[in-house]
Design a protein around this ligand. Structure first.
Ligand code: 9MR
Length: 363
């Protein structure tokens, strides 16, 4: 390497290290600074109206950060693994299952009297190489999926409130997504996965999950998919609206409320499963962005509370310290606690929304 290139490369590496160093989360605050004066929490207020309020979780943060554990257990009564219950991490080789991280999540929930949502049994993403490159026949793929479902759902039988059986089954235009399962088994993979999950744990709730939950052609297709499953007697209890606001999902809470109604008519529950709101979607000063973010969380929580068929509301994490949107680019601050576990305006807005309904005797 020429000397000039070497110096340039070294400078780039140094600059990168400085950026990483500067963007590291600030040191966490002492737990005593965190309790609200009244002693009320999202969890206590949600429980008063038989609601589940929760977050996606990361096992490494659970094991490494006392404050992560403390705030999670204090504020939420339901959790979902952000990554570790997907096919690739759970089933890395054909004959090998790796349950350590998912067990950590389920055990934490048990210790703190929280419910668990299982995410996810079939998805186009997070598939292990042996499966992606396996060149399996239809019968083999069906055998693999059935065995995976039996093993995973069977292991946690009786411990999972609801299973996300099919994640993101649709393309943006509303067509069935051409996943490995779709291509290898056919569209009936959805029915089969739901039936096999029901057999492996008859008491868990089953749902399919996607984004684009306003009123649009994709949400119409999702509704038609759910309707056809119900009509042919395939077990299905709910649909999940991901609610990654401003990224892939609806921005208009009124549209989401309208969309929820038609599922009530089908006898299906709706779960809000992955809500987050990057502040970068709003204009203005940081204070204005945080206020707009708070309003968005409040509006979506309100939609769920007001709907007769929504009592489960999860966010895709709870602290900006741990979010799929907090990466190298940073600055999106999409969650309701900041990187030092201080509650943000969005947290207070959700508390106020819950309080208002407890106060009005909605429980
Ligand atoms: O946030 C998750 C990220 O940490 C994982 O690396 C990724 C692949 O497993 O999945 C992300 O979560 C996705 C979720 O499972 C399904 N809906 C979209 C979420 C954000 O991409």
């Amino acid at each position: 390497m020429k000397l000039r290139s070497f110096i340039a490369l070294t400078l780039v590496m140094l600059a990168t290290l400085i950026v990483i160093g500067c963007s590291r989360p600030p040191t966490a605050v002492e737990p005593t600074q965190l309790a609200t004066e009244s002693g009320e929490t999202l969890r206590s207020l949600a429980a008063k109206q038989d609601m589940f309020i929760g977050s996606a979780v990361r096992p490494r943060a659970l094991s490494d950060e006392p404050l992560y554990r403390e705030v999670l257990a204090r504020e939420f009564n339901i959790v979902m693994a952000e990554h570790v219950m997907k096919f690739a991490p759970l089933h890395p080789e054909r004959e090998v299952y790796e349950f350590r991280d998912s067990d950590t999540t389920v055990e934490f929930a048990k210790e703190h009297d929280m419910q668990v949502i299982g995410h996810v049994l079939t998805w186009f993403h997070a598939l292990p190489r042996w499966l992606r490159e396996g060149d399996f026949t239809r019968e083999e793929l069906m055998g693999i999926l059935r065995e995976h479902i039996n093993t995973v759902v069977g292991r946690y039988r009786g411990q999972i409130y609801a299973w996300d059986v099919v994640n993101e089954p649709l393309e943006a235009d509303g067509a069935l997504r051409e996943t490995l399962w779709y291509k290898g088994i056919g569209p009936e993979y959805i029915d089969l996965a739901l039936r096999w999950t029901k057999q492996a744990d008859p008491d868990t709730l089953l749902y399919i999950n996607d984004y684009g939950e306003g009123l649009n052609s994709k949400s119409d297709s999702f509704y038609n998919l759910a309707k056809s499953l119900v009509e042919r007697g395939t077990p299905l209890d709910a649909v999940g609206f991901q609610a990654h606001i401003g990224f892939l999902s609806a921005k208009d809470a009124a549209e989401v409320a309208e969309n929820m109604k038609r599922y009530a008519d089908l006898g299906l529950e709706v779960f809000i499963t992955e809500m987050d709101v990057p502040i970068t979607m709003f204009k203005g000063t940081r204070e204005e962005q945080l206020a707009a973010q708070a309003q968005m969380y409040e509006d979506f929580l309100n939609v769920c509370i007001e709907a007769p068929n929504c009592d489960t509301f999860l966010m895709w994490g709870f602290t900006d310290r741990h979010s799929w949107l907090t990466g190298f680019t940073g600055g999106k601050s999409p969650l309701i606690f900041d990187e030092a576990y201080h509650p943000k305006p969005a947290y207070h807005a959700m508390m106020a929304e819950l309080k208002q309904h407890v106060g009005s005797g909605a429980e």
